[in-house]
Structure formats: C-alpha cells, structure tokens
Design a protein around this ligand. Structure first.
Ligand code: FO1
Length: 308
C-alpha cells in the first residue's frame, strides 16, 4: 500500500503515471482541501476534483484542471447576472459542484461525497479529502488577507505574500482513514505540490506529522522547486515572500523531521550534499514531467526507491 499526500495539478500529473505501474487499489491519495471554497452557493473542492478528473482520464490536458472539451455557457450567464466570474467553472465541471452541494445538503461528509464522486467517475485509487472539517488556506499579503484561490486565481498571485494562515475556526482533524493510510503504508509519497499551500495544510492536521515520523516505511518527497523556481504555480514567490530560501533545499528542510528520501532534479544536483547533511537520502533525476515518458520514468524511479 502506498499513501500519497497531494495538492492539485503537479500531484495529479505524477499520480497519473504512478497508477498504471501499481495495483491502483493499493494507492490512497490524501488530498488538500485548504483550497475549497463556496461560489454561487456551490461547494467547490478544486484539488480533489483535479485528482479525480485526472485519474478518470477526463481532465483538461492543457490547463490541468476542469474537464476536457468543457464549455462555459453557465459562466457567461452568471456574468450576465453580475455574479463573480473569476473562477472558470465549466458546464460539465459544474455537475460535480451541484452534486457535491446536493450531497452536502443531505448531511454527507466531504469523505462520503468524495467516495461517491470517485465511484461515479470510475477511479480505482482511494481518494480521501485531508479533513471533513472546515479548513481554508488564507494568505496575508501587501493588499490584505484573502482566501488562497482569491490570491491565486482572481488576483493572479501578483500580491506579495507575508504569511500563510491555515484558517480552521473549529479546529480541523484528519478525515477518517488518513492517519491509518499513513500508518499502514509500505511507502509514503509527498507529491511535487506547493509545500505551503498544498502539502502544508495536510501536515498541519493533528497527528499527521507524528505518523510520518513514526512510520517505519520510507517517506519520500519530490521537489516542486527546480533551479530555484516552480514550474507552475506561486510556491516560489510565496516562499520568498515569507522569508524562506526559494530552493529545493528549503523544501527538504521543511520536511526534514520525517523525510527519508528526497527526489531532486538534476539541475539542482549541487544541493545533494546539503540535503544529505540533514540525514535524508537524495535521489537525483529528471523531475520535469513535460512528456508522458518522463512522467513514467519519474514514477518508476520513485517506486524503485521505495522498494529498495
Ligand atoms: N485555476 C486557475 O488558475 N483559474 C481558474 O479559473 C481555475 C478554475 C478551476 C475550476 C475547477 C477546478 O477544479 C480547478 C480550477 N482551477 C483554476 C485550479 C485550481 O484552483 C488550482 O490550481 C488549485 O486549487 C491549486 O492547487
């Protein structure tokens, strides 16, 4: 059994290539829900949907989110009504949000809803939202405090982030099965996702870090930072904004208390010694997933490292 901690697009790309190499039923994906929000009265869970759509083979391959070939007629009509139109919800994608919202109104939890959506989309890997409790990732910026999606999508990540805040008014617990998945896994993978906005929220939940420290199974992370930059998303700018070094070494440092293996891009081979000095084994390879072959090669390297 493999447990994977995942955010959105980077994680989905990697997991898409991991799944064909293993028994898909042997994979449990713990998904960030700090990006969840309500729009037009609908519950959205973007990272869960990105993972489900990708593993179901229906994701938009260019954007990495939303449904392939979707249309945006509802969005245009909402715009006509003067409703917020900065978050691009496609017509087919909307079916998921309507269904999720209807299930919420019947009292189902995010875990139960994710399971219903997973079955409906024919995804075999187990997908767990990180928590069933309210949890929002906020950023404090030079323009004020805002929800992460507002910063990322509405304001195009142009503000300088001063602080990342995990807003949990009632205190969030890991969803059922999350701690068990980590404890029972033969290997744990931290996908190449934003360490502050995607993996950080999962690590902040009570017991998650302790379980990662306690497991005898190898815990492996793939660096989302290559050559001091992220390939997609604002992780590099966010790290710089809160005063962290923008480097793969810094990511390893954030995970060092539980990390056994760090997968570093060949561009950053010179950081190997510094990371090994943290007591972490380093694997240097090509981590840039810009062709199907390279994605599969990365998944193979990761599986080999976990099995060694
Ligand atoms: N990301 C964008 O940059 N712009 C969008 O309009 C947008 C819409 C969207 C709709 C559904 C969905 O599941 C994801 C969507 N995303 C969009 C991606 C998403 O908000 C982020 O990439 C992740 O939350 C970051 O992990």
């Amino acid at each position: 059994m493999i447990a994977a901690l995942a955010g959105g697009v980077g994680a989905a790309k990697f997991l898409e290539c991991l799944v064909p190499l293993i028994e898909p039923g042997d994979l449990t994906i713990v998904c960030n829900t700090g990006d969840d929000m309500t729009l037009w009265g609908l519950y959205l869970s973007p990272d869960v949907d990105i993972i489900l759509y990708t593993l179901a083979g229906i994701v938009d391959p260019v954007k990495g989110w939303g449904v392939r070939g979707d249309t945006f007629n509802t969005l245009a009509m909402m715009r006509q009504y003067g409703l917020p139109d900065w978050f691009n919800l496609g017509d087919r994608d909307l079916a998921t949000h309507i269904y999720r919202t209807a299930l919420r109104h019947t009292g189902k939890t995010p875990s139960e809803i994710t399971e219903t959506l997973r079955r409906g989309l024919g995804v075999i890997a187990r997908v767990l939202p990180m928590t069933d409790d309210p949890f929002e990732t906020h950023v404090l910026t030079d323009s004020g405090r805002m929800h992460f999606q507002e910063y990322l999508v509405q304001r195009r990540a142009l503000d300088t982030v001063q602080e990342v805040i995990y807003h949990t008014p009632l205190g969030a617990r890991p969803a059922p099965g999350v701690l068990e998945a980590i404890a029972q896994a033969d290997g744990v993978i931290l996908c190449p996702s934003n360490p502050l906005a995607s993996i950080g929220p999962i690590l902040s939940l009570a017991g998650v870090r302790d379980h990662l420290c306690a497991t005898p199974a190898p815990v492996l992370a793939i660096s989302p930072i290559v050559g001091g930059k992220t390939l997609k998303g604002p992780a590099d700018r966010m790290m710089a904004g809160i005063g962290l070094e923008t480097s793969a070494r810094q990511v390893a440092f954030l995970y060092q208390d539980f990390l056994d293996i760090f997968v570093l891009d060949q561009t950053d081979a010179d950081l190997q010694g510094d990371i090994e000095a943290l007591g972490v084994s380093v694997l240097v390879t090509d981590t840039i997933m810009n062709t199907p072959e390279k994605k599969t090669d990365l998944a193979k390297v990761v599986l080999r490292a976990l099995n060694d």
